[in-house]
Design a protein around this ligand. Structure first.
Ligand SMILES: [Zn+2]
Length: 189
């Protein structure tokens, strides 16, 4: 899958992050039925008075993945210092009201697995894990998406020829997210 560049105009230069310190992925929804990259950017820039769209990546309803700030730059999906150590991904849609289509779900799985591969991720969670909010929405298939991303990530490194037994063990235990990374890293060539 390709990550498309949103090429947005920022008010001022984005701040580079020390990517070795990034340990988390925060999952958000747009909390709006149709808003995409541009509408959110305009809103954050003009109504909120920020530099521009706060998130690092956006996954659209048609399955396209957009680089907004990217993981190398500080994003603003959470509050304060949390943004120094977390990458925020936003999903188009309002998942307090609607259900996610398969194509967007699969792109979300890919996006999380991609970031796991690049960064030392220890925690993957919805925005509500860090702050009092319903984000990413009560219908968001979060646990399923995270589990599937962990499987994709591990399989990309381990190349099990018969992974079903491994997934069965994963599905029956609630392992810490960090363990999956260590597991995959132990196979890193
Ligand atoms: Zn959020």
């Amino acid at each position: 899958m390709n990550i498309k560049k949103a090429n947005l105009k920022w008010k001022y230069a984005l701040t580079k992050l020390d990517t070795s310190k990034i340990t988390g992925i925060a999952v958000h929804h747009m909390a709006h039925p149709v808003w995409g990259v541009k509408e959110c950017h305009d809103f954050h820039q003009n109504s909120r008075g920020w530099n521009g769209q706060a998130y690092a990546y956006e996954v659209d309803k048609n399955g396209d993945v957009w680089e907004i700030r990217g993981y190398e730059h500080k994003n603003g999906g959470l509050i304060g210092k949390l943004n120094d150590t977390n990458v925020s991904i936003v999903f188009q849609g309002d998942f307090d009201l609607e259900q996610m289509d398969h194509i967007q779900y699969m792109s979300g799985v890919w996006m999380i697995a991609y970031l796991r591969d690049k960064l030392n991720i220890k925690t993957i969670a919805g925005h509500k894990h860090w702050q009092k909010t319903s984000c990413p929405g009560k219908n968001f298939p979060l646990d399923m998406m995270i589990t599937e991303a962990n499987k994709q990530f591990i399989q990309s490194r381990c190349q099990f020829s018969h992974p079903d037994g491994v997934w069965d063990v994963m599905d029956r235990h609630d392992y810490a997210q960090d363990l999956y990374r260590k597991w995959a890293d132990s196979y890193k060539r």
